[in-house]
Design a protein around this ligand. Sequence first.
Ligand SMILES: [Zn+2]
Length: 269
Amino acid sequence: MFYINFRKSLLAALILMSVSTAQPSIYSIFDKVGCATDWFLTKGDLSEHNQKLFEEMAAKLGIQDRNIKAKNSGLFLRLMAGYQNALAMQHLNRTYFNDTVLNEMSDDAKRFLMAHELVHHRQNHVFKRGLAIMLLKCATIASTIALAGQNNFNARYLSNGINLRIARLSLWKLIEAQIMQGQETEADTKAITIACADPEFGVEALDSLYHPNATDWPLYAKVLLLFQKATIWLYDWPILKQHAPHLVSYKERVAYVRSLKKNKNQINS
Ligand SMILES: [Zn+2]
C-alpha cells in the first residue's frame, strides 16, 4: 500500500521512458532491473495459488501484457514499509507482498489488495509521484530563495517548511501528501470499479493491514506495528483534520470503499 522511493532507479526509468518509442518493451527493461534486485528485495515468488490470483487481476485491469511479477517481500522491504504492507514498484515491474500475511486473507480480500497494487502500475502512479516530487523540490528551492531573510510563519510555511521534529510542515509537503492520498483513493476505486473486487472484501483486506493479528509475527514486526498503532489515531484527531484535511483515516477509507458498493448496486439496478 505504500511506496519506497528509489530515486536513482526512478530517474533512470523516467529517462528510459522518455526516450522509448516502443512502450511494451520498456517493461522488459524494468523487469531486468527488478530481476537484478530480487536477491536483495525478495524472499522468492508468491505461492502458485496467489500468483494465479495476481494474474487474474492483472488481466481484469488489462495490463497482463506487462508481465508484472508478484514477489514475496524480503526483510529490507518489511523493515522499510511495514511487515504486512504491499508495495507496487513500477520501475522494477514488480509488486511485493508478505505471502504469510496474504495467506491469512480470503481469496476475495487478496483480489482487492492485488487489484489495488496493480492499479498503481496501471495508472503510472510511481512515475507521476516521482515527477511531482521533483517539481515540488524545485518549487521549494525557488520559494526558499525568494523568501530568504523572512522568518515569520507564513514565509517558512511557503518555503522550506516548519520543523515539527517528527515532520516538516510546508505547503509543498502538504501538496505531496495530497497527491499520494489521491493515488491511494484512485487505487481503491479502480480495484472495485474496473477489476470488480468486492468492496466488503476490500474492507477485510484493509482491516488485516491496519489491524492485523500479529501473534505469530517476528519481534521486529511487532515493534513496527506498535509504532503504526501509536500514530494511527492521529488521523482522526480534529486538529490534524483541520490542518491536513486530505489525510484519510482508517474509518474514512472503509466508509469510502463501502460507499462504492452502494454506487455499484445503483449502477447495476
Ligand atoms: Zn496503495
